[in-house]
Design a binder for this molecule. Structure first.
Ligand code: GLY
Length: 280
């Protein structure tokens, strides 16, 4: 049983020590709570559980406290992938829900599994997700000051359960100030991908993550026999050829955990039941 979560990037230039400490404490609490949940739930259920907790924490850029787009609206994206069934589901640019990852989870059992914009909003309403405004005063102040708030603080979780099943989930409020209609990597297979060999969740600049096809490339390389470490090295070398900005977390079938970032500093926490690795 293994779990790793991330909370995007931390910038020493844009953020204070107090925020850093608060993020660290939040990651530690969520990783431990999610590990406890994993003991009696599947990897799939657990990545949803952990991502919901991360979405509910306004320190991160997903769910509550998501960044505001250039037209003043919040649009969020989230996706889920089950390494066993190989089913991927997601919502792109959904509005006014508390937990985009729960809408993505609902879609996993439908034939049409990725919905965007108005279609995603209508689906959520029909499924009984109540209206929720994810805006916080801090994000509105950032918007008024015309700055992207927290760099690129997408959230994600990868888990391996007691039966060796892998799953991954990723959720984001986007990059802040983007054009309405811009599609994040977080609900694509570049940002979130899993099979029975490996599961990966990414954070960073969506355009770079898509250009490098990070999550799907790492999983494919591991599936074809590369070690997790080599798969990361090769994929991040390719990202570096255009100075792409990204980070990724992963677990393979053997329970190896790996993470890498192109630039400082991705914030994450991993727990294997004994040792907590906390990077913030
Ligand atoms: N990785 C989040 C985004 O660029 O939308």
């Amino acid at each position: 049983m293994k779990i790793i979560i991330h909370g995007g990037f931390f910038s020493e230039f844009l953020q204070t020590k107090a925020i850093k400490q608060a993020k660290k404490a939040a990651l530690q609490k969520i990783v431990l709570e999610s590990y406890a949940y994993l003991k009696s739930h599947s990897a799939l259920e657990t990545v949803v559980f952990a991502t919901k907790l991360l979405e509910d924490e306004p320190l991160f850029n997903a769910g509550l406290g998501s960044q505001i787009q250039s037209d003043g609206k919040i649009r969020m994206s989230a996706s889920l992938m089950d390494g066993v069934s190989k089913k991927f589901s997601g919502v792109i640019n959904i509005e006014n829900v508390q937990n985009p990852i729960l809408v993505a989870e609902k879609l996993l059992y439908f034939e049409d599994r990725v919905l965007a914009g108005e279609g995603a909003n209508l689906f959520a309403q029909k499924q009984g997700f109540p209206y929720f405004n994810p805006e916080t005063p801090e994000r509105r102040a950032d918007y008024k000051a015309k700055k992207a708030a927290t760099n690129t603080g997408t959230v994600g979780c990868v888990a391996l359960d007691t039966e060796g099943r892998l799953a991954t989930a990723t959720s984001t409020g986007g990059k802040g100030f983007e054009m309405p209609g811009r599609v994040s990597d977080s609900a694509t297979i570049a940002g979130n991908y899993a099979n029975e060999h490996c599961a990966v969740s990414c954070t960073g600049v969506g355009e770079d993550i898509v250009s490098a096809g990070i999550a799907t490339k790492i999983v494919t390389r591991v599936t074809d026999g590369q070690t997790l470490e080599h798969a990361f090295q090769k994929t991040f070398q390719e990202l570096a050829t255009f100075d792409g900005f990204a980070g990724a977390i992963a677990i393979d079938y053997h329970g190896n955990i790996f993470y890498q970032e192109s630039h400082p500093t991705m914030v994450f926490a991993a727990f294997d039941g004994e040792k907590i690795t906390l990077f913030c």
